[in-house]
Design a protein around this ligand. Structure first.
Ligand SMILES: [Zn+2]
Length: 311
């Protein structure tokens, strides 16, 4: 087995170690801000140009927001109510929004939130974090209001609604129709799906392209694979190069989705890039993910890279 490689993120704006900005970086960024703020004659445009590393300035708010997290958000009545009613959006709002939620989870200050619970939008499923229970099935599934290219056209009801709105927004933006290839896949279907990959390309190639049963986001009902459907639906592998694929890469977060497996995240996720595979995390967390410049859910929640299965 390969040793876990370091995350291959070239982009410095991708925080790899969670919310705690290195002190030196924060001091540098604050120093830059102070020096800009005290420059007597700089115009706004000049101020922007004077910042050598704009990404540093982007990361400062994460520290400030993190510092305002409630001492014990899980004890807040509004959070307890939201948890009791399984209202993920209200729970995150009760924490003070997506970034505050993330900061509390990473700080170990959110004992009422489990990243292992597949019934919530914040679950993290990867090669070292199987679903629990391994044969988990979502409580509510609905047909996605999209043209489908397989029979696996369902997703969690809120996810199905969100992807319908997103597809309409894409069409309104002029990039054409979006359809889907796969939504929810049961444990049993994933057994068959992965076995097909192993048969056709061997274990290693199969593991780079398809999750083993019990390790697939598709089993949560929160993931789906998109295709471009103008004029006819293409395959998933073609999606990234289409107008729809480009639009989704830029706008999916506005609808609560992230592109889960990006090229820069391969060392963390163990998956080849999949521009077609979207994972729903809700609009609050997706905004925090986007604003923070993240490229993997593992780094977003301060979890270790999971490029390989344990066995
Ligand atoms: Zn997928």
């Amino acid at each position: 087995m390969n040793p876990a490689p370091q995350p291959q993120h070239a982009a410095p704006r991708s925080p790899i170690h969670g919310p705690a900005l290195p002190i030196g970086l924060a001091v540098t960024a604050i120093g830059i801000l102070l020096s800009i703020a005290t420059a007597p004659v700089a115009t706004s445009a000049e101020r922007v140009q004077a910042i050598p590393e704009p990404v540093l300035v982007q990361e400062v708010p994460a520290v400030q927001v993190g510092a305002t997290v409630a001492a014990d958000p899980c004890s807040e009545p509004v959070v307890q109510e939201a948890i009791a009613s399984a209202d993920d959006a209200a729970t995150i709002a009760g924490f003070g929004g997506g970034e505050s939620f993330r900061a509390a989870v990473i700080a170990g200050n959110a004992p009422c939130v489990s990243l292992d619970d597949p019934a919530h939008v914040w679950v993290v499923v990867n090669k070292s974090r199987p679903l629990d229970p391994v044969d988990f099935a979502p409580a509510s599934l609905a047909e996605m209001p999209l043209q489908m290219t397989t029979a696996s056209g369902r997703a969690r009801a809120d996810v199905a609604a969100a992807v319908g709105v997103m597809a309409d927004a894409a069409e309104a933006a002029g990039v054409g129709r979006i359809g889907a290839n796969n939504g929810y896949r049961s444990y049993d279907l994933q057994v068959r799906t992965h076995a097909t990959h192993v048969e056709s390309r061997g274990q290693d190639q199969a593991d780079a392209a398809s999750a083993r049963a019990g390790h697939s986001e598709h089993q949560t009902g929160l993931a789906l694979d998109l295709v471009a459907c103008s004029p006819q639906c293409g395959g998933i592998e073609a999606f990234g190069a289409t107008a729809q694929g480009a639009w989704v890469a830029e706008h999916a977060w506005e609808h609560g989705f992230i592109v889960r497996y990006e090229q820069v995240g391969t060392g963390v996720t163990g998956y080849q890039p999949e521009p077609w595979h979207l994972r729903y995390i809700g609009t609050e967390l997706a905004a925090a993910y986007h604003d923070g410049g993240f490229h993997t859910l593992e780094e977003f929640f301060g979890l270790p890279a999971a490029p390989d299965y344990a066995h």
